[in-house]
Ligand binder design. Sequence first.
Ligand SMILES: [Zn+2]
Ligand SMILES: [Zn+2]
Length: 168
Amino acid sequence: MKLEMAHLYGKSGMSMPVDLSEQIEDSAAYPHIVGFMEPVKIEGILRNENECFILEAKGETKVSLLCDRCLTPVATEIHFNIEERFSHTGRDDEETETFSGDQIDLADYVKRGILEALPMKVVCREDCKGLCPVCGKDLNTGDCGCDTTEIDPRFESLRALFNVDEEV
Ligand SMILES: [Zn+2]
Ligand SMILES: [Zn+2]
């Protein structure tokens, strides 16, 4: 995802619209994301201010995340902002990112935006029953008959402690 810079050179005060779209095929670099269901779209404006280039853009995409309880993929819309100041290598000051050539690769900024916008947890539905802690069956598809009724997940760690004590 590249910003073409050359048309803004030498035109302080000018701005141009930014409208980019790219499908991310490899989600391996994105922890928790199973896959991208829609291209990443970036829309905004790029402004030349005394040969410092200011990008203000909104990004959106739709990704597939795993349900926190049952591990079913859940389609999740992601919205993020990119606000960066760029300047050519050699003209840089402390507040700008630098670039060389006539393009700025937005990949890193897009990635950061997406990762910061990821929800901590998603559930496929509010009343998702999750997986059976004993046999692993998806309890949304029916009961498995395992004896788990006494276990409140909040006491799971406590129970583990008691079990350790019993074994000693
Ligand atoms: Zn679920
Ligand atoms: Zn079970």
